[in-house]
Ligand binder design. Structure first.
Ligand SMILES: [Cu+2]
Length: 102
């Protein structure tokens, strides 16, 4: 009895710790920005963004290619977002978008 309670508490602690570490990793990878243009046909999005530490980029406004295109679903011009930028060769992609304001 006592033993199973301890196991359950330990399990919860471990799961919480895992969730926290995944969350803090995601936060270091996310950049902040605001959508200024969307082209669903080409899957391109223009973002006025802050510093992107993951790819060592200063704040600017620029075009990203969404990968996949569905990353842009539900987005509209003016939305403030957290996003993940990936660089491959000379091309820049946005692979994840989370709205931070409606
Ligand atoms: Cu940029």
């Amino acid at each position: 009895m006592q033993n199973s309670i301890i196991k359950r508490v330990l399990g919860t602690v471990i799961i919480s710790a895992l969730a926290f570490s995944v969350n803090s990793f995601a936060q270091t990878e996310m950049a902040q920005g605001q959508v200024t243009r969307i082209d669903m046909s080409t899957g391109k999005v223009t973002i006025r963004h802050g510093e992107i530490k993951s790819i060592d980029m200063p704040p600017m406004t620029m075009v990203f290619t969404a990968r996949p295109k569905s990353t842009l679903d539900g987005l509209k011009v003016g939305d403030k977002i957290d996003f993940v930028a990936k660089q491959e060769n000379d091309a820049l992609f946005v692979t994840k978008v989370v709205k931070t304001s409606p």
